[in-house]
Design a binder for this molecule. Structure first.
Ligand SMILES: [Zn+2]
Length: 307
């Protein structure tokens, strides 16, 4: 009989999880930080300058959370809409804090040029638990699909739906972390009853373009701002980053819609997903937030000039 080394502490190798394995996984997830203190309080502090709306609520037995969006004041239907999302993966801290920093320090610069819609933390349950999945052990960033089973994704899709056709640019703020390789990829393989194939985490920033709607000049414009703050990820020995061919320095491509990824949610002409590397010995948390802000600014300036 073959023995298969267990690579994840929940479930049996080769067998997809059922309800009891999901419950075991859920029990392992503990609150490590406060959405109320680190996100809601910062959004509340923006209410004097921006319009804040609650577009939904997560209601899990393990926690209830408001879903909050920040909009430009004096919304003008004659202007293009620009969408910024963070915290689709709750553990990717700089996506959340970078979005908040962008609003606080830079959003006012875009008044009269576009309407900004910023959702700093799509997945608050995951933010508190420093977790990639939601409480149902689903990845919100594979769940931007019709009749989504992930309430985080469904709520964002409902928020954006009335604006389709008006959104010119959407930037979705993420990180690629060492824990992707040590925790989240093993968890995914275990959940789905698949073998875990080790990979490499790149040291540096990169972007994900849409292979069904390539915008290489836009990606270059975003990276040109980011390199003022942090370094781009080199390709690995196979010319890839996390298993995808590097199409330009610091750029890979995915079919966004087929994978149910957040950056497909708006149908915008210009879309990108940022991937900050927070575990680099060369990068501080503030630098990671600054890299996200630089990416947002690069994306906005390009879209405003080329809309
Ligand atoms: Zn992510």
């Amino acid at each position: 009989m073959n023995t298969v080394t267990a690579f994840y502490p929940v479930g049996t190798p080769g067998q997809p999880w059922g309800a009891s394995e999901r419950a075991q996984w859920l029990q392992r997830q503990v609150v490590q930080r406060s959405h109320a203190d680190e996100v809601v309080a910062k959004i509340d502090a923006l209410r004097e300058r921006f319009d804040v709306t609650q577009y939904g609520e997560l209601d899990y037995p393990s926690g209830r959370y408001p879903l909050l969006a920040v909009r430009s004041r004096n919304w003008n239907d004659a202007l293009p809409v620009m969408l910024v999302t963070g915290g689709v993966h709750g553990y990717e801290t700089s996506g959340v804090q970078g979005a908040l920093q962008f609003i606080d320090q830079h959003a006012a610069d875009y008044a009269d040029r576009c309407n900004l819609l910023v959702v700093p933390c799509v997945s608050p349950w995951g933010y508190e638990r420093v977790q990639r999945w939601n409480a149902l052990a689903l990845d919100p960033n594979r769940s931007f699909v019709q009749n989504s089973p992930a309430p985080e994704s469904a709520a964002l899709m409902a928020l954006v739906a009335p604006l389709k056709g008006q959104i010119v640019m959407h930037i979705d703020l993420h990180e690629t972390t060492d824990t992707d390789e040590s925790e989240f990829r093993p968890a995914l393989a275990a959940r789905d009853g698949k073998p875990f194939e080790p990979g490499e985490i790149p040291d540096g920033f990169y972007l994900v373009d849409d292979s069904e709607n390539r915008q290489p000049v836009f990606q270059q414009a975003v990276n040109a701002e980011v390199v003022k703050v942090t370094h781009l990820a080199p390709a690995d020995a196979r010319g890839e980053i996390i298993g995808s061919p590097v199409v330009a320095l610091g750029v890979i491509e995915y079919p966004l819609k087929a994978l149910g990824l957040c950056a497909s949610v708006s149908g915008a002409r210009y879309t990108t997903t940022t991937e900050v590397y927070p575990d680099s010995p060369k990068a501080t948390p503030q630098q990671c937030n600054d890299a996200q802000v630089a990416a947002v600014i690069g994306a906005l300036e390009f879209a405003l000039s080329n809309g």
